[in-house]
Design a protein around this ligand. Sequence first.
Ligand code: 5GP
Length: 193
Amino acid sequence: MQILFDRIRKDGIVKSGNVLKVDRFLNHQMDIELFREIGKEFKRRFSDVEINKILTIEASGIGIACVTAEFFHVPVVFAKKTKTKNIAGEVYTTKVESFTHGTVYDIIVSKEFLGKGDKVLVIDDFLANGKALDGLTTLIRDSGAELVGAGIVIEKGFQEGGRRIREKGIRLESLAIVDSMDEKTGEITFKNE
Ligand code: 5GP
């Protein structure tokens, strides 16, 4: 997706610790015109499969998932991050290690909104070590729903998540796969450009 590569180069900021800041168009301020192109591209890539639900994780996945859902005509469910202990049996829950914060948190989805018969597309903004995706995959498995695939806007190809997820046999479509990024020069290269 050339407009995405161009935009990441123009507005992305390479930070220390392998963090790419894209607050100007994806994670804080959101460019909805770009989101529409992203949603359209996810629809094109997953047009051969049946999907009846999109699952994402709060907060930054929600905007992309919602715009994408307009092309699939399906509802969006987002996993909530919570610190609440001893949650009653009304939810599926698992732990996720945060790449950006280095902490562990719980994510939950109500049993009302995910279950047997659901064919789920996971959408998220970033794939780094794959912990967020692992967590969502666990919730889907526990609910008896089917994971059809995962659509990621930016995969950092030099981190282990993508390889691990693909090795599990999960269909993973990443729109921009960063091959390298240089904190000093700001240069970013992509695997799939
Ligand atoms: P993972 O669980 O794959 O290690 O990390 C995925 C999550 O961490 C994403 O949902 C995203 O919010 C955050 N994340 C990981 N790497 C980056 C990054 O380079 N930049 C930003 N802005 N968020 C990231």
